[in-house]
Design a protein around this ligand. Structure first.
Ligand SMILES: [Fe+2]
Ligand SMILES: [Fe+2]
Length: 176
């Protein structure tokens, strides 16, 4: 970015770049968490949820693009090596060792809640001090909030589906 573009940022730019690289690392880990989770998932409503998880994965990748672009605009270097992602990330990557759909979704939910905190704090940090990063933070925050809401809805649907199966089984056992 031109000198003026960096100059108008009313923050410690080096620290801001560090924070953006943490968020960038979190986005890559969130992308992979969705992508691999969707591939190995098993259980009820799998087909419906799988498609949506790929959409979330694509959106996390887009967040990574926005952050990497902003880092280069600030004359910084986006994190260069995947081995630095878990070191820089404040959100824990959880390997989906249990492939059951609810377990996968719960892992994604905790990752989304961590992302919400990240962008809420980035928005507060940059509010009135770096309008471009502020706008990116609020745009990503809105999508992370949607992701959290989507996952909570699917978890509720799966729970209801399971409960309806259990009550049908009870009726069948009683009368058949
Ligand atoms: Fe994201
Ligand atoms: Fe997300």
């Amino acid at each position: 970015m031109g000198k003026k573009g960096v100059e108008i940022v009313d923050l410690d730019v080096e620290k801001l770049i560090e924070t953006l690289n943490q968020a960038l690392s979190e986005e890559w880990l969130a992308y992979y968490q969705y992508w691999i989770g969707a591939r190995i998932m098993s259980g009820p409503m799998r087909a419906n949820v799988e498609k949506e998880l790929y959409e979330h994965a694509d959106e996390e990748l887009h967040h990574a693009e926005l952050l990497a672009t902003r880092i280069t605009e600030l004359d910084g270097t986006p994190v260069l090596s995947p081995e630095d992602w878990p070191i820089l990330s404040k959100c824990k990557y959880e390997a989906p060792v249990d492939s059951y759909v609810e377990s996968i979704l719960k892992q994604n939910l905790s990752s989304e809640r961590c992302a919400i905190q990240r962008y809420e704090s980035l928005a507060k940090l940059t509010d009135g001090k770096d309008f471009t990063t502020f706008s990116i933070a609020t745009q990503i925050l809105a999508e992370e909030l949607e992701h959290e809401n989507d996952i909570e809805t699917w978890l509720d649907d799966i729970r209801e589906f399971r409960e309806s199966l259990i009550s049908e089984k009870r009726v069948a056992e009683k009368y058949l």
